[in-house]
Design a binder for this molecule. Structure first.
Ligand SMILES: [Zn+2]
Ligand SMILES: [Zn+2]
Length: 330
């Protein structure tokens, strides 16, 4: 098969690789479309000790089962392969599975014509769902999981909340689109890249602005979603958060930084970390994508897998307006 292989820092090679073979309890999938994730970019920069080259990255995929249970079905997958029996799996919180592994990280991922994964990780698609939308299930589920987490702590319903989304990448954009779909009238999106600002504005993400030129007003947001997770965005989130508000931290750029615990305490702000999605979130995200809950997805860009190395370079250099590039194997 052809695959795009991460061979070293800022090196992606499109080359022949052996076809993966399907073992019992696994499925072999022909990949139709696969998204480039921020975490793939992180690996590309050599910043992810868990993703060791040479490795086929990619975990946001849609395709068809060629071998194994469900043969012939069109599916997306939960990139996390979870054990099904630990404390978290039995609670339905399998994103926290103590024994989880992941495609595109601990085993080969989807930047290839073929991929294998656990049969239990497969999510069947709604009938007629195009691969283009289906490949967005994973980032859409991340946004959905973040908003579900926020809603458990918010005092006011979502339509009444003033929300600030920090970051106009895929997670920030999908979060703001879902908030709008849920009836949230006041959604602001902070994004520093002007190309991405235009794209987010066109997608209908809400009020899109440059936080460097105009910082968000202090104490103005009922809900803040930090889809970047850097020192500066954490400070921005806490400054913009109203007393009694909720911050969900979903992006993870810097691993550690100082936060204003005085404000967090005196203003009773809930700060929630969120990580990925449960299987239930993935199923809900696939349905929501198919039913238009995230809009028309016209902002998604598609390129052939053979030109994947170029796509990584363009993303690295901020030369593409699109918050998501999908690669299509031939
Ligand atoms: Zn991802
Ligand atoms: Zn588990």
């Amino acid at each position: 098969m052809k695959a795009l292989v991460y061979t070293g820092t800022k090196e992606m090679a499109y080359r022949d690789e052996p076809d993966p073979s399907c073992v019992p309890d696994e499925v072999l999938i022909r990949v139709d479309a696969v998204g480039i994730c921020g975490s793939d970019m992180h690996a590309y920069h050599g910043h992810d000790p868990r993703r060791v080259p040479p490795l086929i990255l990619g975990h946001e995929l849609a395709g068809e089962i060629l071998e194994g249970p469900g043969k012939g079905r069109r599916v997306t997958v939960n990139p996390l392969i979870t054990c099904g029996h630990c404390e978290y799996c039995v609670q339905g919180r399998n994103n926290l599975c103590a024994n989880r592994t992941m495609i595109g990280m601990t085993r080969a991922g989807g930047f290839a014509q073929l991929v294998t994964t656990a049969a239990s990780s497969v999510i069947e698609l709604p009938a007629g769902m195009p691969a283009r939308a289906a490949a967005l299930t994973e980032p859409a589920a991340t946004a959905l999981h973040a908003i579900n987490t926020a809603m458990r702590s918010l005092v006011r319903p979502i339509p009444e909340c003033r929300t600030l989304v920090i970051g106009g990448g895929a997670i920030g954009l999908l979060s703001s689109l879902l908030l709008r779909h849920y009836g949230c009238r006041h959604v602001s999106v902070a994004e520093t890249n002007p190309l991405r600002r235009d794209s987010a504005q066109c997608a209908g993400a809400g009020h899109v602005f440059d936080p460097v030129a105009v910082p968000p007003a202090p104490n103005s947001a009922d809900l803040v979603i930090d889809a970047v997770g850097m020192k500066a965005t954490r400070a921005m989130a806490l400054a913009a958060a109203k007393p009694g508000s909720v911050i969900v931290h979903v992006g993870l750029g810097d691993w550690a930084s100082e936060i204003d615990m005085r404000k967090l305490t005196l203003a009773e702000i809930t700060l929630a970390g969120v990580y990925t999605y449960t299987t239930a979130d993935l199923r809900a995200a696939a349905v929501a994508l198919h039913e238009g809950g995230f809009g028309d997805l016209a902002w998604v860009e598609e390129r052939p897998l053979s030109e994947g190395a170029r796509a990584f370079r363009d993303l690295d250099e901020g030369r593409t307006p699109s918050a998501k590039i999908l690669l299509r194997p031939a």
